[in-house]
Write a protein that binds this ligand. Sequence first.
Ligand code: 13P
Ligand code: SF4
Length: 368
Amino acid sequence: MAETDQIPAEYAAADHQTLTQRIALRKRELGNRLVILGHHYQRDEVFQFADFTGDSLKLSRQAAEQADAEFIVFCGVHFMAESAEILSAPHQRVCLPNLAAGCAMADMAEYADVAAALDELRAMTDAPIVPVAYVNSTAAIKALTGRAGGACCTSSNVRKVFDWALRPAPDGGAGGRKVFAVPDQHLARNTAAAMGYDEADLATYDPHQPGGGLSAEDVERATFVLWQGHCYVHQLFTRDDVERARQDEPEATIMVHPECPRAVVDAADRAGSTEQIRAAVGEAAPGSRWVIGTESNMVERLAREHPDQSIRVLSAGRATCVQMARIDLPHLLWTLDAIAAGEPIHVIRVADDVADDARTALQRMIAI
Ligand code: 13P
Ligand code: SF4
């Protein structure tokens, strides 16, 4: 697509002050026709322009509530903009300022591979398998999940969705005996552990091996089959980081995102989604100390918002999501200028049939 081509020099070469001034002017000019959404992991210079901020689900719901807004500019990554497009009204258009802002974890699960895996697993057991797609996945995988009787989940509600998947149908559940969790193995492993399951109840499906590297016995034994995907940002954090933080700041609460490996979550004091981390810090007393295992932009912003508390990121270096960082001021201004000119660029499109089935999976999650 031509619109994904190199950003024009006019934007790439503009200085910070020019970009911020021009974005502010465009926002004012577009008024209620435009709503800008900003995920917590966005850098501050972009985040300051967001009308609404939050986690991926909260932002998608907010997008759907802005009925006046003709254009939703989503400062986040591709799967989030797709969810907003699926949940928004037909007259709204969702733009992602840089279409190269994907999610490395979502990219680890290709539609054809997940569809084949579900068929293989179902052929290996008679027990009903309910797929659960973390929202960090493509619209096509959400649609497959919807068609196969499953639901989406976020890091805030994953436990409720797993409970629903395994609850008998007469009790309002999906009647599954097994959950196929895609694409984040860590989120699923940590949640299953919190529900009281141990490693023997889990099987990890490796998409690079025939049959996922699993035997029929492995599948029969497991309550959870985990797609072998991960987030490279959260996989940076280690149990050593947690132990070092405990030694250095014994009074600090160590809270990590459930996308971290199980050893990190087990060693930490608490685990929670980006909204849950923000809420925990927001409710804490002045003088509280936090060491937080999630993306650095968010942790550093929390530290600035709560100068009466001590807040730092768990790793020694920055933990940056490179994909999130692809949304920058030049791309934001380029997108707003195109909207103002009546020729929007970077518009997210999801085929109607895919959107319908993906909406089913998202709405099941919302209903749970
Ligand atoms: P949230 O939906 O909790 O904001 O997390 C999204 C994400 O990509 C975390 O890495
Ligand atoms: Fe994806 Fe990880 Fe970035 Fe979240 S932090 S958007 S899971 S790559």
